[in-house]
Design a protein around this ligand. Sequence first.
Ligand code: ZN
Length: 350
Amino acid sequence: MIKKYNLYDNEWLAGLYDNKERWVPCFLKTTFWTGMSTTQRSESINAFFDGYVHSKTTLKQFVEQYERALRNKVEKEFQADFKSYSQMVPCAMHYEMEKQYQTVYTISKFREVQEEFVGKVYCDLICASEGFLGMTYEVHEDVVYEERSTKKTFFVSFQRDKCEFTCSCHFFEFRGIICRHAIAVLIRNNVKKVPDRYILKRWRRDVSRAHTRVAVNYAGLVSTPGQLMYDKMCQRFTTLANMTADDSLRASAILDWIDMQCEQTMASKSSHGSNVIPLHSTQISSRADATQGTGSGSVRDPECAKRKGRPRTLRKKCPLESSSKNVPYVLGKQLTLELNSCVICLFGSW
Ligand SMILES: [Zn+2]
């Protein structure tokens, strides 16, 4: 709005813009962002690239380093998966619901859920009123803010017949973790097990993560048969979707057929007990050695690159950067950020 209506001189809007971290989250809290907020927009992705990419990284080096970073991430995930299967964090409370999460979630996600179960002791159910959408409970929570204890009020609406709740903190909608206020209400209503919609598939320990099948290495590609078949199927599905997207009858018939195939495959997998963690996480590791490949598809530096920003000599250097030699071209910081956001988008789609 400021840009569109040329309101750069408006003090009130400038003040609002300066304090955006304080009010923008209110508009985002009902949307699922896995807990990521605007104020920490690049922290997580910077951590992903820590030690791999810096402002002097060339485009060619970026592609190679991206693959290394991804491989490292997959390896860490594989180790975490193994840990999730071989170890179990004990329950802190004796509620069935906590046990339900303990058996299906990965260790790190279960710890987050457990924190809410433990945090329930700070919550007090004050009163309840019956409304159009079931009961609404007023919950007071003792919170500590800047070393001072204070009470915060939350409202949880609960529909008993559907076992569905909404809390005014919107913790579940934003982070996908059931909040302590809702837990207090569920326990008050003698709910033993939460419905499946409150157990997100993405954090289950037995989930099959699709991104481990993504081909990231196109130099001297060494793919497994499963990887090749996955790519082949994706290409065919895309072609079919392009051909039939405008024909609603044919498209819905194809979607029905795909749904049927999914159901049959799931049924056959569960009957054979093969719904386990994907060991193909190692596929990327096995291809990693080919990163430096010199085949026809190898990554080359661009012919020229233009620098941006202040002179190189005046910039503060990070330890990795100062140790770097042989840097023919400079990848501007802006470009690094744009590539970072591409990667964020990529992760978002996973
Ligand atoms: Zn809540």
